[in-house]
Design a protein. Sequence first.
Lengths: 111, 111
Amino acid sequence: MTEKVQVDENGKLKCSIEYTLNKVGGKWKLVILWHVMVDGTKRYNEMRRLLPGITHKMLSQQLKELEQDGLIIRTQYNEMPPKVEYSISEKGLTLKHVLEAMHAWGTEQGG
Amino acid sequence: MTEKVQVDENGKLKCSIEYTLNKVGGKWKLVILWHVMVDGTKRYNEMRRLLPGITHKMLSQQLKELEQDGLIIRTQYNEMPPKVEYSISEKGLTLKHVLEAMHAWGTEQGG
DNA sequence: CTGGATCCCGAGGGATACTG
DNA sequence: CAGTATCCCTCGGGATCCAG
């Protein structure tokens, strides 16, 4: 089978896998998306507990990027103390197959 | 080869997504696997051409890790000049759903 | 042709303190 | 509670040369 090859503005070959990795690659984003998709809405500190080892800096950075890409929804309640909730968006749900496939593979291969 | 894995208090992997990312995360591995799965067997320099921007160091490193994890097969022909071919393994084929899902998402979202 | 070995730099990310 | 700001440093990865 021959796949459709995409070319960027520099004339370099680009494939859809690379596009996906650019959006949700890295160490944290897919894990974050998996949790908010499966477990539902989560608050900031709940996310921290779900991601052992992540720092403030990385968590807020990743969450911000995911929100700017429209993959998660950030809801802020103007209360004291502050309360912010993160949930999966419609667009984020389009990653369902990717996440399920990766989860299935990890479960099978990793035991 | 595989970096530090996060485990919970029972010594089990935190989540399967993380296991998968530990095996095939990073910038190159899934793209490499995609190419050898879809396009078939590839030689070293063919791989370089398929991955604009990758360096010798990174390509040989990633190929070695993928081979050690049993996801690709390295076949060396004792000729002059040297000839080495990389192909997808049975185990590598188990990532088919992951790769297809990511390719589909990138195609839809990226245009 | 297919890599390995080395040197080296800078950005990515950790730790911590601070703020609304 | 939910982040920001800052400092600091490691180490991922680029460039280059070497080897079978």
